[in-house]
Design a protein around this ligand. Structure first.
Ligand code: GN1
Ligand code: MG
Length: 364
């Protein structure tokens, strides 16, 4: 995208005379992200995003969710003597006071303060990061446990495997780019576990596992760490809504305990590291252990398999569907991701008894 167009959009969030430059940032799979550098020294940079309107069909409601949640979190952080501008995202409104700006192509742009200094971690190389991350995710949920408002369900069925199977069945029946025949083995990975996943989801439907306010996208790059490796702030709040708390736990384990990146093509590098599983769980339960019920606690290790399985399904489904959801860097990127996440799932299955044993250690 042209720099002058970006500058003009940045000018919706700060005085255009104050914009020095706007540059692309990061590698999100869904939105396009940029950084606005202001001319004035000492003034905060702004994170600018073009939200993916094909995926998020109600962006105003999504931004209102984020507004409500960040307000609640800021009150909590202030009461605890923390720094609400460093520990919680701060939305920046556009000139008209809205939390988004819609351009002439009907694209939605949003901005928030850029928190500095920080580090983004893609893979964990020591257990203390896993412990910090566990505390971060647990604390996020704990601070929202008394949130009383209603959030709009922005992506209905996001972590609901029944909904995913409906999508899956349709995509396979349609086979719109003719890729199904080349991935029959991978399809069987999904089918052979269908019943087990539906059994778990039944507990959610019956209310034995409740829905709470959750982040829903807790992979490690969606949390900022400070330079010492302590958790600073949960970011990418697009998916915040009501969902089982264990989904956040499971989704985090998917990245914190993986010995490789999520799209690692060399499968010999991919496995679940038990020590990191243990440390994440320890940190998480120090913060969240007091409000989770017995069923939720019992199913924590299962949720790691559940979310990893769901991720295998989503990557494979997108591959069969012709790569219409995730951004990809090569023709087989979604297939590489599928195989890599499946290797991780197998590693979890092999170590499942140990995962259950370790989790029990931290349940008081
Ligand atoms: C997407 O937005 P981002 O890149 O943090 C996706 C997650 C997946 C993740 C896989 C809204 O997350 O559900 O787990 O990619 N977000 C959405 O890396 O689909
Ligand atoms: Mg996201």
């Amino acid at each position: 995208m042209k720099e002058d167009k970006l500058t003009q959009i940045a000018g919706q969030f700060i005085d255009i005379e104050q914009v020095d430059r706007v540059s692309p940032l990061g590698e999100g799979f869904i939105n396009d992200t940029f950084l606005i550098y202001p001319k004035a020294e000492g003034q905060s940079k702004l994170l600018l995003q073009r939200k993916n309107k094909n995926i998020f069909i109600n962006i105003p409601a999504m931004m209102e969710n984020i507004n409500l949640v960040t307000k609640h979190l800021k009150t909590k952080i202030k009461a605890q003597g923390g720094d609400p501008e460093r520990e919680v995202l701060t939305l920046v409104t556009a000139k008209d006071g809205k939390f988004y700006y819609m351009d002439e192509a009907d694209d939605y742009w949003t901005a928030c303060l850029f928190i500095e200094p920080h580090q983004v971690i893609e893979t964990v190389d020591n257990s203390s990061i896993a412990y910090s991350g566990g505390k971060g995710v647990g604390r996020f949920q704990a601070m929202l446990a008394d949130f009383e408002g209603e959030l709009t369900d922005i992506l209905p069925g996001f972590h609901d495997i029944k909904f995913r199977f409906d999508q899956w069945d349709k995509v396979l029946a349609e086979d719109r780019v003719g890729r199904k025949a080349e991935v029959l083995e991978e399809i069987e990975w999904i089918e052979s576990r269908r019943a087990e996943m539906l059994d778990y989801w039944k507990l959610v439907e019956e209310g034995q596992i409740p829905r709470r306010i959750t982040h829903n996208d807790t992979k490690i790059s969606n949390i900022l760490f400070d330079l010492e490796g302590d958790v600073l702030c949960m970011i990418d709040l697009d998916t915040v809504s009501q969902s089982p708390a264990s989904n956040d736990f499971g989704d985090a384990i998917r990245s914190y305990s993986n010995t490789a990146v999520e799209d690692e093509p060399d499968l010999s590098k991919v496995s679940m590291n038990l020590e990191r599983y243990r440390e994440f769980t320890r940190g998480y339960l120090e913060e969240a252990g007091s409000f989770l019920n017995e069923k939720e606690l019992e199913y924590l290790p299962f949720s790691a398999k559940y979310i990893t399985y769901e991720q295998v399904l989503r990557f494979l489904m997108d591959y069969i569907d012709g790569d219409r959801y995730y951004k990809t860097k090569s023709e087989d990127h979604n297939l590489v991701r599928t195989r890599s996440q499946y290797k991780l799932l197998q590693s979890m299955e092999e170590q499942y008894a140990e995962m259950q044993q370790l989790t029990k250690e931290f349940v008081s």
